[in-house]
Design a protein around this ligand. Structure first.
Ligand code: SF4
Ligand code: SF4
Length: 374
């Protein structure tokens, strides 16, 4: 089996997820990696409390399809594990399981939902930036991890799929700490590559039945794309998906190619159904840089003069209800709640867009002066 091969299997709606998932298992020869007697951890994307139809989280039909495919291969010990945004508490997890449809799915397909709040250290021997990570216990205790991301745009990393999804293996508010430690996009993305190598999922199968475009990963628009996409190599899978969604350049993809974690796109074997690419509307944070349109000799001076003006930045709107979830998730600790509304100290913003991602009211918009995004 070519481990960098990527498979597309059509599913025009979630009623077809089980058939598409079974084909993924067959095309990727996953009988070789998921065997009877194993303990398998499922790692979906459950970033926040959202109903499945909002396309922010992995759909429960994809999770139950994976459970049934594993059961057909004799795997009995299956646990769903995720550390969403915000504090990693049992109450927060249970609320998210209920809202995202996982509590019903677990009853229907008979798998466990993790409620163990402990974590331990996982090391990455071939690290680029980060040698060790705190990781939630069920991921560490599993014989194999089945990564079940959602295909979405992302304000900081442009695309969220197989590699970015594994950031949810880091418990709760230790995620903002890593954001703050690796503030620049390339450093943050190399840290993500280290984490993906350390976790080493046996396979990644992305829910792209309905994806998300525009201001993902939580404030975007659902986009019907109609397939599951899988690979044993998360870096190769992301390279194929970035090409499919016309979202290149995606920094994690560029770096995984530069560091030899994925073969070049043209060398990645494609299996299953044909998937004709469809351009996703990118997040506003990644719209064209005005400076790139200036004559080359003028760019360095212009860049330093207008850099701060040209950058996209978060802005609190009237929809704010003062819940404080943005402040909780801000790695730079620069959001305070004043008179029932969030206030951002913009000068110290590292532009990670965690506040935008975590706001349950959609009250943070990405602001970019229009002249710089024409
Ligand atoms: S901006 Fe959003 S997350 Fe922050 S306090 Fe307002 S409603 Fe809550
Ligand atoms: S204000 Fe928002 S974008 Fe800025 S550092 Fe805090 S979470 Fe990140």
């Amino acid at each position: 089996m070519n481990k960098a091969a990527a498979a597309f299997t059509a599913a025009s709606d979630y009623g077809e997820a089980e058939r598409a998932m079974e084909r993924q298992f067959e095309l990727l020869a996953l009988d070789e990696v998921f065997r009877p007697g194993m303990r398998v951890a499922l790692k979906p994307n459950l970033v926040m409390k959202r109903a499945p139809e909002r396309a922010t989280t992995t759909h429960p039909a994809v999770v139950t399809a994976a459970v049934r495919a594993l059961r057909r291969r004799g795997v009995r010990d299956i646990v769903l594990a995720e550390s969403p945004g915000g504090p990693y508490t049992r109450a927060a997890l249970e609320g998210i399981y209920a809202a995202c449809g996982m509590a019903d799915a677990a009853r229907e397909a008979d798998f466990r939902l993790n409620t163990d709040m402990s974590s331990d250290t996982l090391t990455c021997e071939t690290f680029l930036r980060c040698a060790s990570f705190p990781v939630i216990r069920p991921i560490l205790e599993a014989d194999a991890v089945l990564n079940l991301p959602k295909l979405k745009t992302h304000g900081m990393t442009t695309m969220s799929a197989a590699v970015k999804n594994l950031f949810g293996c880091v418990p709760g508010l230790q995620k903002p700490e890593l954001h703050y430690r690796y503030r620049q996009e390339d450093a943050f993305c190399e840290m993500l590559l280290d984490l993906a190598q350390a976790v080493g999922p046996a396979a990644s199968i992305v829910d792209a039945v309905v994806s998300m475009e525009r201001d993902g990963p939580s404030g975007g628009t659902p986009k019907r794309t109609g397939f599951l996409a899988g690979s044993r190599n998360p870096f190769a899978l992301d390279a194929v998906l970035a090409d499919f969604a016309r979202l290149s350049p995606v920094e994690t993809v560029r770096l995984s190619l530069a560091h030899g974690l994925t073969p070049p796109l043209e060398e990645i074997e494609r299996l299953g159904d044909e998937a004709v690419g469809v351009a996703f509307v990118p997040p506003r944070t990644k719209s064209l840089d005005f400076l790139d349109r200036l004559p080359r000799p003028l760019r360095p001076a212009a860049r330093s003069a207008v850099k701060r003006l040209a950058e996209a930045r978060p802005e609190v709107t009237r929809r704010c209800v003062g819940c404080g979830k943005c402040a909780e998730s801000c790695p730079a600790h620069i959001i305070r709640i004043e008179r029932g509304r969030a206030v951002i100290d913009r000068m110290n913003c590292i532009r990670c867009f965690c506040c935008h991602e975590m706001c349950p009211a959609g009250a943070i918009r990405i602001r970019r002066l229009r002249i710089f995004s024409l």
